[in-house]
Design a protein around this ligand. Structure first.
Ligand code: SF4
Length: 126
């Protein structure tokens, strides 16, 4: 009997070309074919996006005693897409003391997602 094939569609975000990717899966979501990519990076993105979609997250946290009231930060690595909102909620009340240097870790591996939170801007005392 021929296995039933499902097709999932994704838009590659690897470069401005925006290739439309198709991922065919058979039983138990096993990937059998990937189409639509124009380079190896796109093929890898399609598989990752289907199996374990992840996102880099950029946001701001509170800053005490700084030139501005908020400090721009980002994750040091991509985190599971399904946990992005929970991560933002966990950081909602975080307040860092100025001064802060670029790349400084302001939270270590919150929620155990495998990524630290690092400052993306130098912030002196206000
Ligand atoms: S598949 Fe390659 S060429 Fe196409 S959008 Fe992705 S990175 Fe760009």
């Amino acid at each position: 009997m021929t296995p039933s094939i499902s097709t999932a569609n994704y838009l590659c975000i690897g470069c401005p070309l925006g290739c439309r990717l198709e991922v065919d899966t058979a039983e138990e979501d096993r990937i059998v074919e990937i189409r639509g990519f124009s380079c190896k990076r796109g093929k890898e993105y399609a598989a990752q996006e289907h199996i374990d979609p992840r996102r880099n997250v950029a946001l701001t946290v509170g800053l005490r005693g700084g030139a501005l009231p908020r400090l721009p930060v980002k994750t040091s690595a991509a985190v599971p897409k399904a946990r992005v909102l929970a991560l933002c909620a966990a950081l909602r009340d975080l307040v860092i003391d100025a001064p802060v240097r670029v790349g400084q870790v302001v939270a270590v591996n919150p929620l155990g997602l495998g990524a630290d939170i690092v400052a993306t801007r130098e912030m002196g005392v206000g």
